[in-house]
Design a protein around this ligand. Structure first.
Ligand SMILES: Nc1ncnc2c1ncn2[C@@H]1O[C@H](COP(=O)(O)OP(=O)(O)OP(=O)(O)O)[C@@H](O)[C@H]1O
Ligand SMILES: [Mg+2]
Length: 235
């Protein structure tokens, strides 16, 4: 289980997270919703070990091991993976070179690399040409997200944090990716703003964050309430 206990995080002297508790069990799909600026991306990036965020209190444990202070590459080796809200552009590094390097570092054995790459690319309906271009540089918003998904399908993480998974994706792609998430054995923390995605995505729990605190947790009924009343109802 990926467990976050009492996580308090600051950046540039501003306290962003104020004691967040979250649990993601293997095979479960946990949703995180909340207003803009409430701390959703900060939770994902802090779990991953982004050095711009300072952990002031609390802990992150992965299958019982405290990983709070581990550097990002060590966390990735433990099969923790994150899809960014805004994937980074890297001029001069082709997508295929990037995929090959991360795969060899995190999976090691290259025997299945090409097979997994082709099958993930087909699943996501990504154009072959994109692999020989600089990572994310000329890709559309949806293609950037799909390149991240491609990496996830190839690496098969145990836990995946997906920040704004549907942003930029067309309806068919949201459906396809939801189906891939539904049938995956990984545990997911899924950030989204869009209640419509729950038409396709099977979910196990919903957590609502506001101003750096989890203010509600429950099931699908919470999504219906957010859809009707926005985030104001928690007052
Ligand atoms: N590196 C940083 N330095 C300073 N402040 C930051 C930093 N990262 C985030 N913040 C601030 O922390 C708050 C939470 O930001 P965060 O990106 O986690 O929000 P979010 O819930 O993901 O919002 P959105 O729905 O718009 O993506 C915001 O007020 C933001 O300005
Ligand atoms: Mg965000």
């Amino acid at each position: 289980m990926l467990e976050i206990n009492g996580l308090s995080v600051s950046a540039e002297d501003k306290q962003i997270l104020k004691g967040v508790d979250l649990r993601v069990e293997p095979g479960k799909r946990i949703v995180l919703m909340g207003p803009n600026g409430s701390g959703k991306s900060t939770i994902c990036k802090s779990i991953m070990g982004d050095p711009s965020y300072r952990i002031m209190g609390g802990s992150i444990t992965l299958d019982g091991e405290d990983i709070t202070a581990l550097p990002t590459n060590e966390k990735a080796k433990k099969r923790l993976f994150m899809i960014f809200q805004e994937p980074e552009e890297i001029e001069g590094l082709t997508a295929s070179r990037f995929l090959r390097t991360t795969y060899s570092k995190l999976v090691g054995d290259m025997a299945d690399f090409q097979k997994r790459l082709e099958s993930a690319r087909e699943e996501l309906k990504l154009d072959k040409d994109i692999l020989s271009k600089s990572l994310n540089v000329t890709a559309s918003g949806g293609e950037k997200k799909k390149l991240e998904m491609l990496q996830m399908l190839m690496l098969r993480p145990k836990y995946a944090l997906i920040d704004e998974f549907d942003s930029g994706l067309d309806v068919d792609s949201v459906k396809k990716i939801s189906q891939l998430i539904n049938t995956s054995e990984a545990g997911f923390l899924i950030v989204t703003h869009n209640p419509a995605v729950f038409k396709h995505l099977k979910i196990d729990a919903v957590n609502v964050i506001r101003d750096g605190r989890i203010i509600a947790s429950g099931g699908r009924e919470i999504v219906n309430r957010i859809e009707k009343e926005g985030f104001i109802w928690a007052d």
